[in-house]
Write a protein that binds this ligand. Structure first.
Ligand code: SAM
Length: 285
């Protein structure tokens, strides 16, 4: 069971968290009240224990398959996450808006030292439960993407899975992500993109709940303002995967889209569990 820490012993002189909490503990890294923009209805629903418990089994493992109409799967997304961020053993990785910790557990299993941050305490409790179930260790932090409680140049990679869609001020969060990245660090984003004319009314409706759907060039613009440059990206239906590096230290990686190995046939097992199927003509070229 996750405990709570007020951060005592985990904050350095600057006020930034500089050490992990006790195993399973949730360190309090929240900014002062009123200093960050609030979320909408989605943020409210994220505070329910039921949402946290149901999120991964009922939605997350199927979400990418549904949003890409079967052209892609969560299993492939996780494979790309590890391949693109390429964490070395012991690399310091931050998962922003970790929810129940799917990315965090995946990267911890790949050998990274993962800090999993979320605004919702019930989600962090669930992340602690699932990490214990899977035998991986995570540093859990309750905090806000708009004011990350970490020192500058702290992480080799920052990963953000769909949290961009829930942020009130994504440009500010990108500034924070660039700040905590080391010069050669990488930032990974998975998000649902702005729909075409048919899907816009639905997205406008979801906007009332605090959800936003950026176009890829909008994200590029926010990233550019934060000093992040695009390295690699892939679009599948409504889903975008994108990797950025800091302009000052990013390795010169040639864009490869689609990624090598992604065009192979989908294993039958994935089809069943991830709702993955190939769209006619999709990805054949
Ligand atoms: C769509 S879920 C993303 C889940 C997770 N990254 C994944 O890939 O499964 C969004 C998560 O971001 C969190 N969140 C929303 N706004 C946030 C903020 N301002 N700071 C930190 N976490 C936030 C929510 O509590 C929720 O757990």
């Amino acid at each position: 069971m996750a405990g709570t820490s007020d951060g005592a012993g985990a904050r350095g002189a600057s006020g930034a968290l500089d050490g992990p909490g006790a195993p399973g503990a949730i360190v309090d890294g929240r900014p002062p009240r009123g200093s960050v923009p609030g979320g909408g209805a989605a943020a409210w629903v994220n505070r329910w224990r039921l949402t946290a418990r149901a999120y991964e089994p009922l939605w997350r493992h199927r979400s990418v398959g549904l949003l890409t109409r079967g052209a892609f799967s969560t299993a492939r997304e996780l494979k790309a996450l590890v391949a693109w961020t390429a964490p070395a053993a012991g690399a310091e990785v931050l998962d922003v808006g970790c929810s129940a910790g799917l990315y965090a557990r995946t990267l911890a299993a790949a050998g990274a030292n993962v800090h999993a941050l979320d605004a919702s305490r019930p989600f962090l409790v669930e992340a602690a439960r699932l990490a214990a179930r899977d035998g991986v260790s995570l540093s859990l932090v309750q905090g806000d993407a708009h004011a990350l409680p970490f020192a500058d140049d702290r992480f080799d990679a920052v990963v953000v899975g769909a949290t961009l869609n829930e942020l009130a001020d994504p440009a500010r969060a990108l500034g924070e992500i660039a700040r905590v990245l080391r010069p050669a660090g990488r930032a990974w984003f998975m998000y649902a993109r702005r729909a075409g004319p048919l899907g816009r009314p639905l997205q406008a409706l979801m906007g009332w709940g605090g959800l936003r759907f950026p176009a890829p060039d909008e994200l590029d613009a926010w990233a550019g303002d934060a000093g992040l440059v695009p390295i690699q990206s892939e679009e599948r239906g409504a889903v975008v995967l994108a990797l950025y590096g800091l302009g000052r230290g990013a390795p010169d990686v040639a864009a490869t889209s689609p990624s090598p190995g992604w065009e192979g046939p989908t294993p039958r097992r994935n089809r069943r569990f991830n709702w993955e199927r190939r769209l006619d003509g999709e990805g054949e070229g």
